[in-house]
Design a binder for this molecule. Structure first.
Ligand code: PLP
Length: 400
């Protein structure tokens, strides 16, 4: 097969137009590489948007998924299976909280569940107000969309019928003005991912924790993109030493299988009673087996140490590059900011050179590679990034 005009027109005829025509048609993956239908191999520096934690074709994930598929693929929530309990227990341990877990199939569903938890818990006191951050991203379904700060994706669907106040991200005074005794919850990403990898100043999450506690509101931390080792910690908020009331996870958790979770503590752990929420596929045995394999492999292969060490190497390699103003973020989850709005051209050039990345903003290249990436592979990325930058926007005076 080739990525022919015929394949492109079949895509456009059969698949709805929300994604646009993809630049590459992938056939299969191995390790940190994917190969397209024409046989060209790419270094995968985006990992299916921070999802492919173990890369492609990892034997631990393949074994776990195929063994579980052969044994039991689905139960629905009418019946218990042990893997869902094992996974929930493990999530609570990794999140370092006492509480309970609701399992679902995606990020947006995790936030839908979190919304239900905070609204149910706030019902007696009549709290309905939600505070969230401008430019934030919490998902595309109508509940999660209502708290998504990115106006361009929310506004076409307004009114969304929810009492939401948006505040500038990273601004403690704005939080102080917005969080009050009517507030059911404050939803925050510990690092804004889709916005382009922006971290609040040290103390921002701690201030959010203190304010919400003072007013009796929930602090919901959306770790869907930042969690599961992306920043070198199991969860990004661990670096700030805070304990949220609710944590939402998905993306990297399943290593490629669709799974998400809302982790609740205290009253939020107890908010759901029979009939208040559900998901036919939530906690599906195959997805649970995959998530357990991801957790086990991150621990066994010391992948948090791997991405932390390689993140330092990345900073050393990119530090003197003239076209790069900063590499926001931590470990290997980065928003590489450029001197101008030419990130899309650099991403296209990188694809020509055999590297996949994306541009969440016109001036920013995002990377979120598999946590299993090696130093030589990271060096290959740095070499090709510098080459792509020099072609798209030559460094003043050339490169020595
Ligand atoms: C991707 C993302 C979501 C939505 O996840 P889906 O699985 O696409 O529904 C929610 N919050 C954050 C922070 C994300 O990065």
């Amino acid at each position: 097969m080739t990525y022919s005009d015929e394949l492109k027109s079949r895509f456009q005829a059969a698949i709805m137009g929300n994604y646009g025509l993809p630049p590459v048609a992938i056939s299969y993956g191995e390790g940190r590489h994917v190969t397209d239908v024409d046989g060209t191999t790419y270094l995968d520096m985006i990992g299916g948007i921070a999802v492919s934690s173990l890369g492609h074709d990892h034997p631990a994930l393949v074994d776990a998924v195929s063994t579980q598929a052969a044994r039991l693929a689905h139960t629905s929530n009418l019946y218990l299976h042990e893997k869902e309990i094992e996974l929930a227990e493990k999530l609570l341990e990794l999140a370092r909280v006492e509480g309970k877990v609701f399992l679902c199939n995606s990020g947006t569903e995790a936030n839908e569940a979190a919304l239900k938890l905070v609204l149910l818990a706030g019902k007696d006191s009549g709290r309905t107000k939600i505070v969230a951050a401008e430019n934030g991203f919490h998902g595309r379904t109508l509940g999660s969309l209502s708290i998504t700060g990115k106006a361009s994706i929310r506004e076409p669907f307004e009114p969304l019928g929810r009492n939401v106040e948006f505040v500038p991200y990273g601004d403690v005074d704005a939080l102080k003005a917005a969080v009050d005794d009517e507030t059911a919850a404050l939803f925050l990403e510990p690092v804004q991912g889709e916005a382009g990898i922006f971290t609040g100043a040290p103390g921002y999450l701690a201030a959010a924790r203190e304010l919400t506690a003072t007013h009796g509101a929930a602090l919901v931390v959306d770790e869907i993109q930042s969690g599961f080792g992306r920043t070198g910690d199991w969860f990004a908020h661990h670096a700030e030493g805070i304990t949220p009331d609710v944590i939402t996870v998905a993306k990297g958790m399943g290593g490629g299988l669709p799974i998400g979770a809302a982790i609740g503590t205290g009253a939020y752990a107890e908010a759901l009673t029979p009939g208040t929420h559900g998901s036919t596929f939530g906690g599906n045995p195959i997805a649970c087996a995959s998530a357990l394999a991801v957790i086990d492999t991150i621990e066994r292969e010391h992948l948090l140490d791997n991405v932390t060490a390689l993140g330092e190497h990345l900073d050393a390699r990119l530090g003197g590059v003239a076209q790069i103003t900063e590499a926001r973020g931590k470990a290997l989850w980065r928003g590489i900011a450029l001197t101008g709005s030419y990130a899309a051209d650099v991403v296209a050039k990188l694809a020509e050179l055999g590297v996949l990345a994306n541009a969440p903003r016109p001036d920013t290249i995002r990377i979120a590679p598999p946590l299993t990436i090696t130093a030589p592979e990271l060096d290959e990325f740095c070499d090709k990034l510098i080459a792509a930058l020099d072609e798209v926007q030559p460094a003043p005076g050339g490169r020595p």
